[in-house]
Design a binder for this molecule. Structure first.
Ligand code: BEZ
Length: 213
């Protein structure tokens, strides 16, 4: 069955470009992104993996570990890595799983036979420090993902995990946020003094913990 939000992300041990890794042990205490791509030595995937490598400082800042997967072998991944560096300027700096028997892809429902009967689709799972799935999305092979959008989502997930707020459409770090409906006006006055009620159910407040610039 497909993984749903709030489900435990299945544990596994995988052969990767960084050696054998036990997933839960590797991510212990961190957020993680596990993402699949269809095949090695393909154009969109080459740009995607370079883009993710280039964002490593941003993932590190947010305590997020990243791991990629495709059904090709680890030795193919190693050969492909030099193309990724060549084309994008970014060396592979996160583990890539080789999953030729598709065992991990199957656990995470990354094979969609009506789209491709051989290759993984472009799945993304954001997994919390509690090993629960916080976000999943699926793109087709023909569309490269926007990894800066994943950083934006992580900022929202991390903020809303520690404060009783939600983030509005197109929100980015530092912008005003929404007080969740479960907080009464009385409690909101204490926790978010000066909040603005645009509607009784839409109460806006500055982002908690916002760094002043
Ligand atoms: C690509 O990464 O470029 C790609 C992979 C599979 C199908 C289409 C494109």
């Amino acid at each position: 069955m497909a993984l749903r939000l709030g489900d435990e992300a299945p544990d596994f041990t995988a052969e990767t470009t960084d050696g054998s890794i036990g997933f839960h042990e590797w991510k212990k205490g961190s957020w993680a992104i596990l993402f699949s791509h269809p095949r090695d030595f393909t154009p969109v995937c080459t740009t995607e993996l370079g883009a993710v490598a280039g964002l490593k400082p941003e993932f590190d800042k947010r305590n997020v570990k990243v791991m990629g997967l495709s059904v090709d072998s680890v030795s193919d991944h190693h050969r492909w890595a030099s193309d990724i560096k060549d084309v994008t300027g970014n060396a592979l700096n996160f583990p890539l799983i080789g999953d030729p028997d598709k065992s991990i892809a199957n656990k995470y429902d990354m094979l969609h036979p009506n789209a491709s009967d051989t290759a993984t689709v472009r799945s993304v799972f954001i997994i919390g420090p509690d090993n629960k799935v916080k976000l999943s999305l699926t793109y087709p092979a023909s569309t490269g993902r926007n990894f800066k959008e994943l950083l934006r989502v992580i900022d929202s997930l991390q903020l809303t995990a520690s404060h009783k707020v939600a983030t509005p459409a197109d929100w980015v770090q530092g912008e005003d946020v929404i007080i969740v409906p479960a907080v009464s006006d009385e409690d909101a006055t204490k926790t978010f003094p000066g909040f603005v009620a645009k509607k009784p159910y839409l109460r806006v407040t500055p982002q908690p913990g916002k760094q002043s610039s």
